[in-house]
Design a protein around this ligand. Structure first.
Ligand code: AMP
Length: 618
């Protein structure tokens, strides 16, 4: 039964809020929702048109921006004003893309630095975030137009290998487009969801997601346990896809007709026309054995057998990536429970057959491979909206997260198996008088000493105003958002100086590595507890030595000679004990020093209090 909410303040009926799923692709993008009646995911489209919106942005004369099919028409005629594949630039500097600079027919600014790239169109500059936001805005409008309701919330997918900067850039693009991005989801995770994989909480599955699109190829190996998706490995080729199949057909036809590639290049219109014919042939051959057509009076033909021969090296390249991905995940083909096909080029029968033979089982190809990621994003959106109470797609932290404290100890802020998102804060202070900076080192792992754990990041909180040791209050907070991005912030509360850093915490460790780290922590538990106790005793001893020394320097005039001698002796004994491996000995020496200093410390405190009352300080 559908629930209807009533706004108590206004008495009006409230529509359940729509959260859309968006596949922001390199070549095409699309938006989808869960159909309110059928409860099945559908890709949104206007009437008979395609659900795919080409990820192309055209900048017109009078500043008009068009996106999609309209913009695609200008790719050949106005290459400088027409931006495609902006996704390839997300979170990248010019240095990152310089090897492939010739791929972009528009102007990508080369400032020779590590700064994020910008694209120049006319006299204006656009960041990849701006460009992606134009595409997202178009999808938002499309959804609003079709659904006749405002759309403000979305789940957006990104490749599993996207790093923090690229995920954050995608999120920012959503914000710019007026969308509240509730979650960034990995494309292979979304594709698996569209096949219902991971929706049954009991099932444990290992999945290979094979994604061959127009210009990119990705293979991801995922593991699902208790509704939690983990990326075990990813591999691929960012310049391999259906476009290469089209080019192979073009070359084949040129060879047959004796036209050289240089000759063809002279004629832009013919180049475009022949490319379109090649794509048509490729699609036709997915269902038929031969293709014949005519172009400017010349006959063009190709058989499926010839085509398969042409693309053989290309498909082989994808197989090599699959092998690498399996190797990185430490798995064999027989460990894979399901293979999910994504991307228009997986419609090619030779691709399907080769992959199915490689893994030794049939592939999942019943869902439209162009839409499967967006459909999965809609399922995730529906879960987030709370409409699918049976499933709780949770992510958890596989290992504890913490920082290094005195003596190289691991201070855990977020224990392993915590749900994410999560936020924790804890206060720390300085160890030395006048200490004006504090190093925050972030670690992941279960061992008591950070040296046995994995360092994720490190930064310095600088500008702490000079204060005696123990006075500054530094609050360190860990925030893991739902996308698995950890933000560590340190703030000195008295002065307000602060510093933060983003860390990618979820990926990068294979299952085997996580397991090994856990096993190590169990194997070394006893020894770790002893080490921690020793380190804590040493730290306490060192701190006591420091405060005592400072106290004596300041109050030497008020101490007797005996007191001085006794204190020096006890300090020496403690100093020596600290160098040894005996925690009990250190504790005994700490107590001994305290026993000696307590009487005169109290006496001096009294003097201080009485002189303060006379308006003087000592
Ligand atoms: P995507 O990037 O996932 O949108 O994939 C687009 C690619 O899929 C393009 O190279 C298309 O030519 C290709 N494609 C779409 N339909 C078919 C089909 N029926 N047979 C072969 N390739 C196709």
């Amino acid at each position: 039964m559908a629930k209807i909410a009533i706004n108590i303040a206004t008495g009006s009926l409230q529509q359940p809020e729509i959260i859309v799923g968006i596949d922001l692709g390199t070549t095409n993008s699309l938006v989808s929702i869960i159909h309110p009646d059928t409860k099945k995911p559908i890709a949104l489209k206007e009437h008979d048109s395609s659900s795919l919106v080409p990820s192309v942005v055209h900048f017109g004369e009078a500043g008009a921006i068009t996106v999609g099919e309209e913009a695609k028409k200008y790719l050949i005629t106005e290459p400088h004003n027409t931006v495609f594949s902006a996704k390839r630039l997300m979170g990248k500097s010019y240095k990152d893309i310089s090897d492939n600079a010739s791929f972009f027919s528009y102007k990508v600014i080369d400032d020779g630095t590590d700064n994020l790239v910008k694209v120049q169109v006319g006299d204006k500059f656009y960041s990849p975030i701006d460009l992606s936001s134009f595409i997202l805005k178009e999808l938002k409008h499309r959804a609003e137009h079709i659904l006749k309701t405002p759309v403000n919330k979305a789940v957006i997918t990104v490749p599993a290998y996207f790093n923090d900067a690229q995920r954050q850039a995608t999120r920012d693009a959503g914000k710019l487009a007026g969308l509240d991005v509730l979650r960034i989801v990995n494309e292979p995770t979304a594709a698996s969801l569209a096949y219902g994989l991971g929706l049954n909480k009991e099932a444990e599955k290992t999945i290979a997601v094979y994604d061959l699109g127009g210009g990119t190829f990705d293979i991801s190996i995922l593991k699902i346990t208790n509704g939690i998706f983990e990326v075990l490995s990813t591999n691929g080729d960012t310049y391999l896809g259906g476009d290469d199949m089209d080019n192979a057909i073009v070359k084949y036809w040129l060879q047959q007709s004796g036209v050289s590639e240089d000759e063809l290049k002279q004629n832009k219109e013919l180049t475009q026309a022949i490319r379109l014919k090649a794509e048509e042939a490729k699609k036709h051959l997915s269902l038929n054995d031969t293709f014949t057509a005519e172009l400017n009076g010349d006959a063009l033909s190709i058989t499926r057998a010839d085509f398969e021969q042409l693309i053989h090296p290309l498909v082989d390249k994808t197989l090599a990536c699959c092998k690498n991905a399996l190797k990185d995940a430490g798995l064999k083909t027989s460990d894979i429970d399901a293979i999910v096909m994504v991307g228009g080029s997986t419609r090619v029968p030779a691709v399907k057959n080769t992959i199915s033979n490689f893994f030794g089982k049939p592939v999942n190809d019943s869902v439209n491979p162009d839409e499967v990621v967006a459909l999965g994003a809609a399922i995730q959106a529906d879960i987030l909206a709370g409409n699918n109470k049976d499933v709780l797609l949770l992510d958890i932290t596989p290992l504890s997260l913490g920082i290094e404290t005195a003596g190289g100890l691991m201070d855990v802020l977020i224990p392993r198996n915590s749900k994410i998102p999560n936020k924790v804060g804890r206060q720390y202070t300085t160890q030395v008088d006048g200490q004006d900076s504090m190093r925050i080192s972030v670690y992941q792992g279960e061992r008591d000493l950070v040296q046995h754990n994995r360092k994720l990041a490190e930064f310095n909180l600088t500008g702490i105003p000079g204060m005696p040791a123990g006075m500054p209050k530094v609050e360190v907070s860990f925030l893991i958002n739902a996308d698995g991005i950890l933000v560590v912030k340190a703030k000195e509360l008295r002065s307000g100086v602060e510093q933060s850093i983003e860390v990618k915490s979820q990926y990068g460790l294979t299952d085997a590595e996580v397991e090994q780290m856990l096993m190590d922590s169990i194997a070394h538990a006893k020894e770790d507890i002893a080490t921690r106790a020793l380190v804590e005793a040493r730290t306490e001893g060192e701190q006591l030595l420091q405060t005592t020394e400072r106290f004596i320097q300041k109050n030497a005039a008020h101490l007797t000679k005996e007191e001085m001698m006794e204190t020096a002796g006890a300090m020496q004994a403690l100093q020596l004990a600290i160098t040894m491996e005996d925690k009990n000995l250190i504790q005994t020496k700490i107590e001994a020093l305290n026993d000696i200093s307590r009487p005169y410390a109290e006496r001096i405190m009294d003097i201080a209090v009485s002189s303060a009352m006379k308006g003087k300080t000592i």
